[in-house]
Write a protein that binds this ligand. Structure first.
Ligand SMILES: [Zn+2]
Ligand SMILES: [Zn+2]
Length: 314
């Protein structure tokens, strides 16, 4: 899901995240100019995701054609977790508060699968040269076996991402941004990475783990630079479990790129990576993809013969 307030940290070669982006994620670098075939954007939201009011499947497809992106998977949110929202402070979100119960409990609206698939077909008809895959981003699928099985049992999705957006805090489930207001920042990252293996081992509903670096999006500025090396052991453990399960790791380009994590992924036996912008509006489709593709190659992965497929290890 979209974090309530997106910070934009950048990462330098030492794996440290500061306050300045090195690259403009919206920078348009058409494929025609670079000569590089971009990989599929395997993590895109449209107006069919509950947290993407600025989304538009049709305009996103038009943008894909304009920038030379050959393939998209629209992975709309399927979130079954009810969580306690942050209702005060600068990171509180008025839209969520309006939808929550008076006790601050929020349950995301359900995905309209029929409406989504009809829209997908209209876009396929309108953009015949663009490969458009159906997909879903499953929030905490390990907590919602039955609902997830019912959704996927319809057989109407070509790609399922597994995501962790919420963690438990006592009797409550909360988003990562709220947890930062209650715990030392390093503890939040460690709790997040400790839950990832549980997500993987308790759910086989997804083929790609999305945004393993999700907590970085809300890393508090007052906590100083984020040093990815501080969490090497925890990242490696989660990556090892993912590798053993035979699934792919997503390089999510919403935040700073983390070559350390991609290298650790390969060293722990990871077989493939995918690329996902996590765009919630057309303008951020395939953001940082040229840099992400170059990073993946430098870390020991190579383009597959089809842009739609994950990149295998060299
Ligand atoms: Zn997500
Ligand atoms: Zn997403």
């Amino acid at each position: 899901m979209q974090p309530m307030a997106v910070r934009s940290p950048a990462v330098d070669d030492a794996g440290e995240v500061g306050d300045q982006r090195k690259h403009d994620p919206n920078e348009e670098r058409p494929e025609a100019q670079s000569g590089l075939m971009l990989p599929q954007d395997s993590h895109v939201h449209s107006e069919w995701s509950w947290d993407a009011p600025g989304g538009s499947m049709e305009r996103t497809c038009a943008r894909a054609v304009a920038i030379g992106l050959p393939a998209i998977a629209f992975t709309e949110h399927a979130d079954y977790t009810t969580w306690t929202i942050l209702d005060t402070g600068p990171e509180a979100d008025d839209d969520l508060t309006a939808l929550a119960t008076p006790q601050g409990q929020f349950t995301p609206p359900e995905l309209d699968v029929d409406g989504y698939l009809e829209c997908l077909q209209r876009c396929r008809d309108r953009f015949p040269d663009l490969t458009i895959k159906s997909g879903v981003e499953l929030g905490e699928p390990h907590w919602h076996d039955a609902a997830v099985a019912a959704l996927l049992g319809t057989g109407r999705f070509e790609l399922a991402l597994g995501s962790l957006h919420c963690l438990s805090a006592g009797q409550q489930l909360v988003g990562v941004s709220k947890l930062y207001s209650e715990r030392p920042p390093a503890d939040v990252v460690r709790e997040y990475l400790a839950e990832i293996p549980r997500l993987i081992e308790a759910s086989d509903a997804f083929s790609v783990l999305a945004h393993i670096d999700y907590p970085l999006r809300d890393w508090p500025a007052e906590a100083g630079q984020f040093h990815v090396d501080m969490f090497q052991e925890e990242f490696r453990h989660a990556l090892r479990v993912l590798a053993r399960s035979g699934r792919a790791l997503e390089i999510n380009t919403e935040g700073p790129l983390l070559p350390h994590v991609v290298r650790w992924w390969r060293e722990e036996g990871g077989m493939a990576v995918t690329f996902g912008s996590d765009a919630h509006e057309p303008g951020t489709l395939a953001r940082q993809f040229h840099d992400a593709a170059a990073m993946a190659e430098a870390c020991g992965f190579r383009p597959s013969s089809s842009p739609c497929d994950p990149w295998p290890r060299c």
